[in-house]
Design a protein around this ligand. Sequence first.
Ligand code: AP5
Ligand code: MG
Length: 244
Amino acid sequence: MTHVGTTQLKRAARVILVGAPGVGKGTQAERLMKRFPQLTAVSSGDLLRNAVNKRSPLGQEAQSHMKSGSLVPDNMILQLILSELQAKDWVSSESSVSDSEPARPSDSPSASFILDGFPRTSLQASRLDTLIPVNLVVSLITPINIIIGRIADRWVHAPSGRVYNTGFNKPKLEGKDDITGEPLTRREDDNEDTWKTRLKKFGETSEPLLEHYDKKGLLWTVQGNSSDEISPKLFTEFEDRFCC
Ligand code: AP5
Ligand code: MG
């Protein structure tokens, strides 16, 4: 059934969003899920922040890496992602991150997903190839001077990962999540110094990561000064690839 303003996928979209911190990965993932209701998104940053909030052993170890703006170790994020992919039934519970041959993924539209923030390094990408092969890698590009202005205005609903911005995408009620009415909070890593470290890390890791996927013919780049400029291009690309 098609709702007004929504579009049905005809085949599985297994998509990764890559981009600088604050480029709008979370924002675009939310918009894609509204437009294509069969999609589900997983954000590695949200998974880590949930682990930190729960004070799990992994969360306690991840916290200092995240607070300083550096990446958490590959093996840590791989374990976290693997259990999430298994919990969602996207990969079999027998798979491990060292398997060399992935099972053939389902082409059913209901097996569609977006990964926001994972993989981040070429090693993570090679491991994901052995778990489940993706079929589109979106590189989001916005000038850095525009992104930096957004970070100070970001507020999040931590339990769901919903993102607001007091300048561009205000909540209906100040300081409250639109859906649950629960309080919005600031992220621990949302300050200019940490953001600069995150950006530097992104500069170091993104080139080999994008090259990994470019060689496989999976890379698609979209540029824009704002998420409003990027979203329509992204919707059209999804429709061309997955809806006909
Ligand atoms: P993560 O949570 O993934 O953070 P990030 O990559 O730094 O990206 P952000 O979430 O900050 O930005 P975004 O692109 O989602 O932008 P958003 O939509 O919010 O990772 C955090 C940390 O976890 C890492 O530093 C690392 O330590 C660790 N980690 C995560 N994954 C890992 C991995 N795979 N390996 C190792 N470590 C890992 O938008 C930003 C703001 O802009 C919002 O306020 C939004 O409302 C606003 N905005 C969006 N569009 C517009 C617009 N058009 N105009 C104005 N404002 C806008
Ligand atoms: Mg995000």
